[in-house]
Design a protein around this ligand. Structure first.
Ligand SMILES: NC(=O)c1ccc[n+]([C@@H]2O[C@H](COP(=O)([O-])OP(=O)(O)OC[C@H]3O[C@@H](n4cnc5c(N)ncnc54)[C@H](O)[C@@H]3O)[C@@H](O)[C@H]2O)c1
Ligand SMILES: O=C/C=C/C=C(\O)C(=O)O
Length: 505
């Protein structure tokens, strides 16, 4: 989370302003002019160049976005039959697929992550997020109860679902398009209008989506985007606006706390997907190569900037050293490079600020007594990439269970390996955290895996897999990792208001 003072420090006009495009808010179906707005730079994480200037939406612009959304709810969108709404969402998915290369390019520019991650994971999920929820809302039933009454005639109760209204959607930077559409799909399928606040680090795909909304004919005002920072800026203006009926947020736990305070005013509902400090657990009987591959991905995909990633890895003692060496070999084989270069397997961190945070943890781990198995610093990069936000994939051993590096979310490409001796011990270690988002267990003993899945306090347990997502399943975090569940019918709990109708017969 950026403090207001640090956000101010980041507001500066691009050096090559004449050549860079300006990203402005998208309100009531149009990009608003940047006139008079404060501008801040979006820098490439790969080489530090300014790639866009972003116009910060002030309170008046946020208000205009909320009013546009309210008008949409009162107009054609609010009256649209479900069938037509869902057809529009399918058209969204098709248009995203048609403009696949534009989305890949925009997301690569924002995040610097390799093209294969975009083409195989992040952008296809964006299209799927619209399709899946369109199909869910068309097929879900509501409950009905026949009630006895003293006169013997009875009553019939039935539930109906109505959109909640205007949803504030506040997004992080780590998988911008996937995470934004994961909220937009169900929000729009349920008939709401939205005001989206993308991360200040990653505005590009949200802007592109405005073009897609217009191309397929989503009515004006249904989808609004306002850019800017969090505290004292656009994010706070959205979450404290009384015309926003509910807020869905993905990001840091501390930010969730601030947003919950804002939502208390007006008693507005929240849905939170927050941080994690997830455990990976590898038993000696696991398929060794699959476990090494799986833990490698869970620790280092997206340069470790995945909320579901494993920064704590527990390995059964008989295979500990062999596992450590195999993971080290894979971490040392990553190919740094530009995202467009198909040979690249590993990208930079999102920003200079985040790089400094992660490097701070790299230093702290050593101060706390870690042995550095590999990494721990900044790789040597060619001159043209030297200004990028690169850090080495890093593996530690030897930290105490109460070390800060073992307890706090780093959100970088790093993990601590620790041996364990028994199922009970590793369940205790996995649960010894304030967070509760996910865990990944590698074993061929499935009875044990099922047993452990019930004992580990997380929203999702993967067994012999990681980040394998079926969008119909409940998704969210326990403890400090979130409030509520989204996915499939669970999303309807948040994005609709369920009402009961009671008819005396
Ligand atoms: N649980 C999940 O599904 C999930 C998924 C992805 C990321 N995350 C978490 O997100 C974090 C990384 O993302 P981030 O650094 O962008 O998070 P962040 O909390 O710093 O920012 C997220 C968004 O909130 C806005 N914001 C910040 N302060 C605000 C305030 N006071 N009021 C309103 N808006 C505010 C930001 O501008 C940004 O758009 C990690 O902690 C990660 O674990 C969780
Ligand atoms: O970085 C976090 C990734 C979260 C993934 C999802 O929210 C999802 O797959 O729906």
């Amino acid at each position: 989370m950026l403090s207001a003072a640090r956000s101010n420090a980041k507001r500066r006009v691009g050096q090559n302003a004449a050549m860079t495009r300006t990203i402005t808010s998208f309100i009531d179906g149009a990009f608003v002019p940047a006139d008079g707005a404060r501008l801040f730079d979006k820098r490439s994480p790969v080489d530090g160049r300014v790639i866009a200037r972003i116009a910060e939406a002030d309170a008046a612009q946020v208000n205009a976005a909320v009013q546009a959304a309210r008008r949409a709810m009162a107009g054609e969108w609010g009256r649209m039959p479900v069938e037509k709404r869902c057809a529009l969402l399918h058209a969204m998915a098709d248009e995203i697929t048609r403009r696949f290369d534009d989305f890949v390019a925009a997301e690569m520019a924002d995040t610097g992550q390799p093209s294969h991650v975009m083409t195989h994971v992040f952008i296809p999920r964006g299209a799927a997020n619209f399709k899946v929820f369109a199909d869910v809302v068309k097929n879900v039933a509501t409950e009905s109860f026949r009630t006895d009454t003293p006169d013997g005639r009875g009553a019939l109760n039935y539930a109906i679902r109505k959109p909640k209204g205007v949803i504030g959607v506040v997004c992080p930077w780590n998988a911008p398009f996937l995470l934004m559409t994961w909220k937009l799909g169900p929000a729009l399928a349920c008939g709401n209008a939205v005001v989206v606040k993308p991360s200040e680090e990653t505005p590009l795909t949200a802007a592109l989506l405005g073009e897609v909304m217009n191309a397929v004919g989503i009515p004006k005002g249904v989808y609004n985007v306002v850019n800017g920072f969090g505290p004292g800026s656009t994010g706070e203006f959205v979450t404290s606006h009384p015309g926003v009926d509910a807020i869905t947020f993905t990001g840091e736990t501390r930010t969730g706390t601030a947003i919950m305070r804002a939502a208390a005013e007006g008693v507005r509902d929240v849905s939170f997907e927050l941080g994690g400090k997830n455990a990976g657990i590898v038993f000696a009987d696991a398929d060794f190569d699959a476990a090494v591959d799986g833990i490698f991905r869970s620790a280092f995909l997206n340069t470790g900037q995945v909320c579901l990633g494993t920064e704590r890895v527990y390995v059964e003692r008989p295979i500990f050293e062999r596992f450590r060496d195999a993971l080290k070999a894979k971490a040392e084989a990553v190919k740094y490079g530009r995202p467009e270069d198909h040979a690249s397997t590993y990208g930079p961190l999102i920003s200079r600020e985040h790089q400094q945070k992660v490097l701070g943890y790299y230093r702290l781990a050593v101060e706390e007594g870690a042995s550095v198995v590999t990494g721990g610093g900044v790789p040597q990069m060619p001159a043209e990439l030297a200004e990028g936000c690169w850090v080495q994939p890093t593996i530690w051993t030897g930290l105490a269970d109460d070390a800060r590096t073992v307890r706090e979310e780093v959100f970088g490409p790093c993990c601590h390996l620790r041996p364990f001796d028994s199922e009970d011990e590793v369940v205790g270690l996995a649960n010894d955290t304030d967070y509760g988002l996910s865990t990944t267990i590698w074993t061929q003993n499935l009875a044990r895996a099922h047993r452990m899945a019930e004992r580990i306090d997380v929203g999702i347990t993967w067994i012999n897999s990681w980040f394998l997502r079926d969008l119909r399943t409940p998704f969210g975090g326990s403890k400090h990792s979130g409030i509520g569940r989204e996915g499939g019918v669970h999303s309807l709990e948040f994005y609709t208001e369920t009402r009961n109708v009671c008819v005396k017969l």
